[in-house]
Unconditional design. Structure first.
Length: 170
């Protein structure tokens, strides 16, 4: 809990509790948001909450009707319509393991949940200059609308469904 100090005219000090609100994030995942677009019946949603302290993101990702076996799901850094670097694994498979070893296993259809911390952040491509462990930089990119969730399959190795992550409430 955060406190704000208020001083009265008489010099007394009062501590008043202020409640910080966690930021809520969301993305709708479709094949049309892929670059290039993918014609698929698959769909999904990504939702998350950035902790008040900014040191964790609790997430839930749901996807259904994938056309082929899932290979992995990530958060990438890039603007809409542009492919960017992987910075966080949302789920992994034996074929495509998370280099941090922290992401849960991907279901073929359904829901994956987890908590992201600095330990989950992998270095981006050198052109994007995001360092491993820099969760603050990832959160900054998310707040700027420059991050997306992506689900990859064997039929669509670059991604079958994707959605730009947006802050929906503060």
């Amino acid at each position: 809990m955060r406190y704000r100090v208020l001083m009265s005219v008489m010099g007394s000090v009062f501590l008043v509790a202020t409640v910080a609100r966690a930021e809520q994030l969301a993305a709708l995942l479709t094949g049309y948001d892929e670059s290039p677009s993918v014609s698929t019946t698959a769909r999904g949603e990504f939702s998350a909450t950035i902790s008040d302290s900014g040191d964790a993101i609790v997430y839930r990702e749901r996807f259904t009707e994938l056309q082929a076996p899932i290979t992995q799901s990530h958060i990438h850094i890039a603007q809409p319509g542009v492919n960017g670097s992987i910075v966080i694994f949302l789920c992994q498979t034996q074929t495509n393991p998370d280099p941090t070893g922290l992401a849960p296993e991907c279901p073929q259809d359904g829901i994956v949940t987890g908590t992201i911390t600095a330990a989950n952040v992998i270095a981006s491509a050198s052109t994007q200059q995001l360092k491993a462990g820099d969760l603050a930089a990832v959160i900054t990119a998310i707040r700027a609308g420059m991050a997306y969730a992506n689900v990859h399959t064997t039929a669509s190795p670059s991604g079958e469904v994707r959605g730009q992550i947006r802050v929906i409430s503060k």
